[in-house]
Design a protein around this ligand. Structure first.
Ligand code: KE4
Length: 432
């Protein structure tokens, strides 16, 4: 596979950009090779600057649920560009998107649009603290909520793969208010709620953990969080940046039938453009400036081009509920092929799949929490990643991420992917 152009661009990028990339996980460090520079993408195909094409299961880490360069979404964004890219003033598109989000997401009475998941989570936590008058929050080890200071505590995703899960540069005085519990372990939450009774503003959770690889909630875990936050007067915040409009049009809260007090959204709702949102109960959201005393602002919040792409994306998903069954079945077929192939080759592999999210953990143990996920063999994952890449399949360059399936992954493409998996050489599925 010729990657000459990528190598040259990477060498030059290293001179001007930290690590040569604008987000750590893109550096491919966890898979022992230099990153590919992408030229363009269409549907489920992504093409690098050397002309190599791959079947893309990163989908830009989730936004690409309709596939790359979807004609209607692209046209909507281009049309919006022609009318002026940003005004710093309210537009009708923001209202249309806000109404769509509040109609789709059970917990959302009101919503504020921002530009990234990080910004949305940071703002939601501030609103929860403003609403309760309390300082502490509980998050879960291995959950990732973006890179705001107070949330870079035993975080997942790139923080697990490259940097320390607790970033340097974050004052102790800030992270002391971030308590860490164990995902899927109710006892760890109960202990903190009792120990810090009356001081916990919010419990923040990924309703499906997708930044330690994919780890679905155990039966009862989300209802437990709903009940214990009600019992102790804490705000329950679902970080649905990945699961929102991914597990279904109503996200994880509709899928599991558990309604939080606040929800954070991102990725899909921008259709590939920088757009995220936080929202929830009216009595909380009416505290957000200028309606109330919780300040939050943004030059490009609700940007006309991003909202145009987001509206069109949600319109497509709403008009085609069958998409969710299609992408779920595709993910199921890939998961089953991985399990079957590993079994035949007597290779330790545990595959979690829920809806169109899946992850192949290179470990023989069941992966049901952070500890079991973290025991995975990351070197084995790197071998698997590189073999699949050579086979023309582009996976997340880290064991602790998700595989995303899009509407553009047709049955023929899924079968082609499964064939690559079945043909994985022995040396990939070895314990060496
Ligand atoms: P952004 O600030 O990257 O838009 O969103 C942060 C975020 C918040 N919450 C969840 C559940 C998330 O998964 C993310 C970001 N996801 C990672 C991938 N696991 C983004 C990829 C990257 O960091 O480059």
């Amino acid at each position: 596979m010729n990657t000459e152009q990528s190598e040259q661009l990477f060498a030059q990028s290293l001179k001007k950009i930290p690590g040569g990339v604008n987000s750590p996980v893109r550096a491919f460090r966890a898979v022992g090779r230099n990153p590919l520079f992408i030229k363009n993408a269409k549907g489920c195909q992504i093409t690098d600057v050397d002309g190599n094409s791959y079947i893309d299961y990163v989908c830009s880490w989730g936004p690409g649920i309709l596939g790359h360069a979807h004609p209607a979404v692209t046209e909507a964004a281009v049309r919006a560009c022609r009318e002026g890219m940003t005004f710093g003033a309210p537009t009708e598109k923001e209202l249309i998107l806000a109404e769509m989000l509040c109609e789709a997401v059970p917990s959302m009475d009101k919503v504020r649009l921002v530009n990234s998941g990080t910004e949305a989570v940071m703002s939601a936590v501030r609103a929860a603290r403003g609403y309760t008058g309390r300082d502490y929050i509980i998050k879960f080890q291995g959950n990732y909520h973006g890179h705001s200071d107070g949330l870079l505590v035993r975080a997942g995703s790139g923080a697990l793969t490259t940097a320390a899960p607790d970033s340097s540069g974050v004052p102790e005085g800030i992270i002391k208010y971030t308590l860490v519990a164990d995902y899927n372990r109710e006892e760890s939450v109960k202990e903190l709620m009792e120990q810090y009774e009356g001081k916990i503003a919010a419990v923040l959770v990924e309703p499906v953990a997708a930044n330690m690889g994919v780890v679905p909630p155990e039966d009862g875990f989300l209802p437990f969080l709903r009940s214990i936050t009600e019992q102790y007067g804490a705000v329950l915040i679902f970080d649905e940046v990945i699961t929102g409009f991914r597990l279904g049009y109503g996200g994880a809260q509709e899928y599991f039938g558990v309604t939080p007090d606040m929800t954070v959204l991102g990725k899909i709702i921008g259709g590939g453009m920088p757009l995220a949102a936080y929202g929830g109960k009216k009595e909380i959201m009416d505290l957000v400036s200028p309606a109330g005393s919780v300040y939050q602002a943004g030059t490009l919040s609700g940007n006309p081009v991003a909202t145009a792409a987001g509206i069109e994306t949600l319109k497509q998903l709403k008009a085609h509920p069958e998409y969710y069954q299609q992408i779920g079945e595709a993910a199921e077929k890939i998961a089953e092929t991985l399990r079957q192939t590993a079994k035949e080759k007597k290779y330790p592999l545990w595959v979690n799949q829920i809806g169109s999210l899946l992850c192949a953990f290179h470990t023989e143990n069941p992966v049901r929490d952070f500890e079991s996920a973290f025991r995975s063999d990351t070197k084995a994952y790197a071998r698997y990643f590189n073999r699949m890449l050579e086979g023309g399949v582009y996976l997340a360059p880290s064991q602790f991420e998700a595989m995303f399936v899009s509407v553009a992954h047709t049955p023929e493409i899924v079968e082609q992917t499964c064939q690559v998996i079945r043909e994985l050489k022995e040396e990939c599925f070895t314990n060496a």
